[in-house]
Design a binder for this molecule. Sequence first.
Ligand code: NAD
Ligand code: DAU
Length: 373
Amino acid sequence: ARTWRADAIFRMKKRINMALLLVTGGAGFIGSCYVLSRCYAGDTVVNLDKLTYSGNLGNFEVLRGNPKHIFVHGDIGNVELVEHLLKTYQPDAVVNFAAESHVDRSIIDPEAFVRTNVLGTCTLLRTTKTWWKECAAAHRATFRFLHVSTDEVFGALHPGDPAFTEDTPYSPNSPYSASKASSDHFVRAFHETYGFPTLITNCSNNYGPRQFPEKLIPLVTLNALARKTLPVYGTGSNIRDWLHVEDHCDAIQRVLEHGRVGQTYNVGGNSERTNLQVVHGICAVLDDVRPSVEGSYTDLIRFVTDRPGHDFRYAINSSKLNTELNWHPTHTFEDGLRETVQWYLDNEKWVKDVQSGEYRSWMQTNYAGRLQN
Ligand code: NAD
Ligand code: DAU
């Protein structure tokens, strides 16, 4: 019965020319943006997520009751479950967002990053490759496995260095980036060894709605609103290249539809900013839209003990994606930041729900011992 159902689903979606995607880690920050955009576009998404601290079903309130979103609670390393999903739904593509994603957490618990980012990705690759080999030739030819990765695999740049290209040698510095670099190597190896149709995207820092508030932009926004200190690591002179999450998801979709199999594509926002500029930018928006009688939010900025091994600068050269696939970011950083800060102001329930006991205990673990300079 299951085989019949799978065949029927496959034939039906081919007839109506919509994709059926198996998205992993789709309850997180970037994955949820991608899932929402694909469901709105008419695709069906099977969303496999372990719901770790950063996975959040509250991201899908707007999809409640929508049959195009099929949520499955589980681990990418669960072979039986993934096999079952592949056989039942016969996806056109697997898009892998599932990961441990926070550098500071990787410094405290590196093995968690090996388990999901390395072992989990490798198991997901093997399970998917085994199923793919048994698919009908037409399906095998069009199937894609897209792995979402990061610019951090390339290491750190000095001021004035040229931006990372797809040919920049890997040189990861944190346990997080080492685990992502390792997963990228496995993806590449599955293409080279088995002819498995893979794609990789390496993207810069994302910002936008629904980002878990352990990352710089939501953390500073929410601390500021609570009149807590705004912790800036070191001198605040480290540089990141910021890209709006919707632009990242557009790039992923473009690579999925038109990217050359076996290739990697860099994705960046052309928006390099020092951390201090970003923090001042958030304070300026808040001073404008939510002025405080206690004074400017910038008064709350504190320089604290630096992140160990803190990469100085990331910058991405996206010209391959620009020229081959005609992708360009659409949000400016200033407008995108203003909208993002406003989103956190407008979504009090979402914010309250994620500031759970786990969140409070992380804030204690990461910040209580940091000295103020
Ligand atoms: P996130 O932490 O917000 O989301 C990760 C999601 O993966 C969560 O929903 C979590 O529950 C899920 N997950 C974790 N382990 C899992 C497992 N074993 N099985 C199934 N699901 C699991 O992260 P994010 O910021 O949305 O990042 C998504 C991906 O994009 C990651 O691979 C990350 O490395 C990459 N990336 C992130 C950025 C960024 O700036 N945030 C930039 C470039 C690339
Ligand atoms: O470059 C892509 C990467 O961007 C992604 O692969 C990661 O998943 C994502 O977390 C992000 O990594 P960063 O370490 O750059 O992001 P984060 O928001 O943690 O930090 C951004 C910068 O701000 C970084 O230089 C550290 C600094 N920072 C961060 C925090 C949380 C602070 O100064 N204070 C803070 O409290």
